[in-house]
Design a protein around this ligand. Structure first.
Ligand SMILES: *Cc1c(COP(=O)(O)O)cnc(C)c1O
Length: 367
């Protein structure tokens, strides 16, 4: 072959490593011939989707010969009411990852700098490099964001700072004082993307709601998703809330029909399913306690988490533990790609799933 099509890609893309998703259940079933596989690898809701959302999605299927409402009018109206923000501040995404990418595509030029934390969500470097911008990774503090160091890392070339609160894959969070001190130090021409994918799970008293900072900080973009507590990861719906001008820019680069008809309908119904949200939250809090106790019994150190997953230290190379768990039919997430080769991340499941994971982990560690 005479032409190198990797070399032809833009300079950032040449450096990109593909995102590593959690192993699909079907793949493990095919590979090992095991049938009762559980997946605790992608922070999905173990209770499944809201039934109200499912019914709405099923009804909406009758309309799929039509293009969706490209403006997402009804879902935006529902979000606007629920979140108490004007609809012109909203941008809908094919998952919130789509919104993260819109911000990058709309605001980055090759050579611009993008600041994010060590161990932060893998999509930040991905969307940065895809635009041939320069990732600036700031050393973490106790696996969490060091917001003071992140503010120090901002230069004239910085265009975007990505913050995840709580962060994936560490489960760490920062409080309202830390966020406000950080925002006060960021020049208004630098966009701060505050990724709140796990917002609905967090109960800590000083956990900040990014939406309440939008008026004072027009450079702030808050993103949330229907993939986590609402249990709709497979339908791909998320949103961003921003200054109306920023939202206008993001809506210009957005694909006109980026959120499909069943997804729009399901998301709107999910917003109103308070029982599903409360049950999911309760199940998660109980599971977090169950896993904390189980990991302590196995003498494994974990990073304190406020999200729907826990990351723990295997005390050595985590890959053999990951593989032993796979052979036992339990899929978790190895974190070598994040620079945490001794850690594994486990999504909080139902009580029986957590029990099964802990038993399998005990066997894996005893080997
Ligand atoms: C899961 C997750 C998202 C959400 O992704 P979607 O595209 O909405 O499914 C965003 N940010 C973080 C940190 C996440 O863990």
């Amino acid at each position: 072959m005479s032409c190198d099509y990797i070399q032809l890609a833009n300079t950032g893309v040449q450096r990109l490593k593909p995102y590593e998703p959690g192993k699909p259940i079907e793949e493990l079933q095919r590979e090992l011939g095991i049938h009762d596989v559980i997946k605790l690898a992608s922070n999905e809701n173990p209770l499944g989707p809201s039934h109200k959302a499912l019914d709405a999605a099923r009804r909406a299927l009758d309309q799929v010969h039509l293009y969706p409402d490209g403006a997402g009018f009804e879902l935006k109206a529902a979000l606007s009411e629920r979140l108490r923000v004007d609809a012109d501040r909203l941008v809908l995404g094919n998952g919130s990852n789509d919104v993260l990418e819109l911000v990058a595509r709309a605001y980055l030029q090759p050579g611009d700098e993008v600041v994010f934390s060590e161990y932060a969500f893998a999509v930040y470097p991905l969307v940065t490099l895809a635009c041939s911008a320069t990732p600036v990774r700031v050393e973490s503090h106790l696996y969490g964001h060091d917001l003071a160091a992140m503010a120090d890392a901002i230069t004239e070339r910085t265009r975007i700072v990505f913050l995840a609160n709580p962060n994936n894959p560490t489960g760490t969070w920062f409080n309202d004082h830390a966020l406000d001190a950080f925002l006060a130090r960021v020049p208004e021409e630098v966009l701060v993307v505050l990724d709140e994918a796990y917002f609905e799970y967090v109960e800590e008293s000083h956990y900040p709601d990014g939406l309440t900072r939008l008026r004072d900080h027009p450079n702030l973009v808050v993103t949330r998703t229907f993939s986590k507590i609402h249990g709709l990861a497979g339908l791909r719906v998320g949103y961003g809330v921003a200054d109306p001008q920023v939202a206008d820019v993001l809506n210009r680069v957005r694909q006109p029909f980026n959120v499909n008809i069943p997804a729009l309908a399901a998301a709107q119904a999910a917003l109103d399913d308070h029982d599903h949200i409360e049950n999911s939250k309760g199940e998660n809090a109980a599971g977090l306690a169950q896993l904390a106790e189980g990991l302590a019994e196995l003498n494994l150190e974990r990073i304190p988490s406020v999200a729907n997953f826990v990351t723990f230290d295997c005390g050595g190379d985590a890959l053999p533990v990951y593989e032993a768990l796979l052979r036992d039919g339990v899929i978790v997430r190895p974190l070598g790609g994040y620079g945490l080769p001794n850690h594994l991340r486990v999504t909080i499941g139902t009580a029986p799933e957590n029990e099964r994971f802990l038993k399998a982990l005990g066997r894996a560690m005893a080997r």
